[in-house]
Design a protein. Structure first.
Length: 148
């Protein structure tokens, strides 16, 4: 079960990396209570607002790549044969070409991300598919210790 939730989770990053707005839209539940919190930003509510934010972000970034580490998946209810919710926590190691002095230079950063995926229970053609319900990413501050 968690393998298919992980595949949808990975497809989310593929959509961002390739700027695929249609793929991004296909991954989210269509509901006014869907939420997304971008690093350092206020929460967004509703599928339209969430997808608009990703469309703007993808249009403004010429290159971005995510290397995911510390990926942990918990499905709920715990022990269920057919879980209805998956909580995926990971570290995003981000490589981007934005804001650098030359096209050959890259910037990096890290964020801790929690994604909540639910099974589409609409009964439509996507019934049973995993979809994003909520996503929250927070930057990870790099602590530097000074030595004497």
């Amino acid at each position: 079960m968690s393998d298919t939730a992980l595949a949808v989770h990975r497809a989310f990053y593929d959509a961002v990396e390739t700027g695929d707005v249609d793929l991004m839209a296909s991954l989210w539940v269509d509901h006014p209570r869907v939420s997304c919190v971008h690093p350092g930003a206020a929460p967004l509510r509703g599928t339209s607002a969430v997808l608009r934010s990703w469309t703007v972000l993808m249009a403004q970034v010429s290159y971005i790549q995510f290397f995911l580490t510390d990926v942990d998946v918990t499905t709920l209810p715990i022990g269920a044969q057919e879980p209805t919710t998956a909580v995926i926590v990971c570290t995003e190691n981000i490589l981007s070409g934005e804001g650098m002095s030359s096209p050959e230079a890259f910037a990096g950063g890290k964020a801790l991300c929690t994604s909540i995926l639910v099974r589409d229970l609409s009964g439509g053609r996507t019934a049973g598919d995993w979809k994003f319900w909520s996503r929250h990413a927070s930057p990870i501050a790099e602590m530097r210790m000074e030595t004497d």
